[in-house]
Ligand binder design. Structure first.
Ligand SMILES: O=c1ccn([C@@H]2O[C@H](COP(=O)(O)OP(=O)(O)O[C@H]3O[C@H](CO)[C@@H](O)[C@H](O)[C@H]3O)[C@@H](O)[C@H]2O)c(=O)[nH]1
Length: 474
């Protein structure tokens, strides 16, 4: 394989929007700092990304950037949604490692390093070790959930997972630093199992362990938000680069480098954005709108959709609601026309929003979210308080941190009824509770914004990462 002094970084994200998006931002930042980048998606996501990407403007701002793909071996017409997640994970585990190895040995320019998603360690680490290429793990969760995941096997050993009884409000004892924070119900969703051999839990225990063979860890968070747990993570990784919020760091760096951006997601995404909501937002009063989105994976039943709908309408607040097309075609889904009829007066329904821009719009005063980490971080950065309705993965941990640690929102975990939705929307949007919450929301927004400016913690950590990758070059 050819060697040059230009560092070549190969990215391997897990095939989901919430993983690809932050890794793409970092990939572009490294590319703009002089690295050759190869970004490896699955064939399915590669095609989706290409169909929504303005490649001309992309390559104008990010030259020397190659897209490559590997199969995921799921039937082409099968949705890569939550309902097929287990099948996707199974096929990926069967094919990704040999396909990635093949790609590495056939590439004309040997990578200086691989930045692999923490939950793609099964595909990246053995191969990288065999070929002598350093790997840096990128975990797309926050530090709190990453730390929690490193304790999954301890939770099983201690008999705290599977949950010993029906009381989900019991505090967990074996995660240092979280003894008075996390209850059973706040653990990652994979802990809600009947027996510890359950494949998702087993998979995440294995991945957490394999990931520790990486030489360093990248987290999309900022030091000022999670300093205590980041220092605990230093007992596992001596080198940790906290470089979040990455979307904001991206904006800050590209501004400094005077590189133009096309739109909020920089012209790269798995869904096509509908910008019509921006005009609607322009017509709404200051801080009056509640933005509602459950990310790219979470599904709602018809019943849940109706509870949210009535709660929102009864709150009397205008709302902007992202209803993904795949959300409403399911067996229990709701017809978007039906939704639109009921919401006509106060609501605006959209299939995919330019979310970063929506959250930054002055009309938006609150965010009803599933607590995906990207959404949470985007909300923190925009200074928008949250109502959290966590469902899967890291979301229960994130919502607990939002309500109990950072105090920037409410957690409606494990409830879904119209009266709770109505009450929490009113509390968040115009009660004296809002005043309290806004104090910490404003403070964390300030800290997030400072961290991505020149001299800020995330800005400096990105420079360290760039330097460390350069020093790996022969
Ligand atoms: O209409 C929309 C809705 C979402 N987004 C973007 O899509 C991303 C969604 O990411 P996230 O909030 O993290 O949710 P998921 O897509 O559900 O992400 C998965 O991956 C994340 C990172 O690992 C986890 O934190 C989540 O729990 C997991 O569900 C964000 O950047 C949003 O800005 C849009 O641009 N438009």
């Amino acid at each position: 394989m050819e060697q040059t002094n230009v560092p070549h970084v190969m990215f391997l994200p897990f095939p989901a929007q919430g993983h690809i998006k932050p890794m793409m931002k970092l990939a572009e930042l490294l590319n703009q700092a002089g690295s050759q980048v190869t970004f490896v998606n699955t064939d399915h996501n590669h095609d989706r990304l290409m169909s929504h990407t303005d490649l001309t403007s992309f390559h104008d701002r990010s030259p020397n950037f190659l897209f490559r793909s590997i199969p995921d071996c799921l039937r082409p017409n099968k949705a890569r949604s939550l309902s097929n997640f287990k099948e996707l994970l199974d096929t990926l585990q069967a094919v990704a490692k040999p396909a990635f190895r093949q790609l590495l040995i056939s590439t004309s320019m040997r990578p200086t390093c691989i930045i692999a998603d923490g939950i793609m360690s099964f595909a990246a680490i053995d191969v990288a070790e065999e070929l002598g290429i350093p790997v840096v793990a990128f975990r797309t969760h926050n530090a709190s959930c990453t730390w929690t995941n490193f304790h999954l096997s301890k939770l099983v050993e201690a008999g705290e997972v599977p949950f010993p009884d029906e009381n989900l409000d019991k505090y967990i004892t074996c995660i240092p630093g979280y003894e008075n924070v996390l209850r059973s119900r706040d653990l990652p969703s994979i802990c809600r199992v009947e027996n510890p051999g359950y494949s998702f839990l087993d998979f995440f225990i294995r991945e957490a362990s394999t990931m520790t063979r990486a030489s360093a860890l990248i987290l999309n968070t900022f030091h000022e938000l999670e300093a205590p747990v980041i220092s605990r993570l230093n007992s596992i990784f001596t080198k940790i680069y906290t470089i979040g919020p990455l979307h904001a760091l991206y904006k800050s760096r590209t501004k400094d480098l005077m590189i133009s951006q096309s739109d909020s997601s920089n012209g790269v995404g798995l869904w096509k954005e509908d910008r019509s909501c921006m005009t609607w937002l322009d017509s709404q009063p200051l801080r009056s709108v509640i933005y509602v989105s459950f990310g790219s994976l979470v599904n709602l039943t018809r019943l849940q959709t109706l509870e949210f709908l009535h709660g929102l309408v009864n709150s009397g607040k205008p709302f902007l609601w992202v209803v993904r097309p795949d959300l409403i075609v399911g067996e229990f889904g709701i017809d978007p026309m039906e939704l639109e009829m009921v919401t006509k007066e106060r609501g605006f329904i959209i299939s995919w929003a330019p979310q970063e821009e929506v959250l930054a719009h002055p009309a938006v005063g609150g965010f009803l979210t599933h607590s995906g980490w990207n959404s949470t971080l985007e909300s923190i950065n925009a200074g928008v308080p949250m109502i959290c309705w966590p469902q899967i993965a890291d979301q229960p941990v994130n919502s607990r941190c939002v309500s109990e640690v950072w105090k920037i929102g409410f957690d409606m975990k494990d409830t879904c009824d119209r009266s709770t939705v109505e009450k929490l929307v009113r509390d968040l949007m115009d009660s004296n509770k809002r005043e309290e919450i806004m104090k910490s929301t404003d403070e964390f927004a300030r800290l997030a914004n400072d961290s991505v400016k020149q001299g800020g913690s995330s800005y400096i950590n990105l420079e360290k990462l760039i330097e460390d990758i350069r020093s790996m070059s022969p």
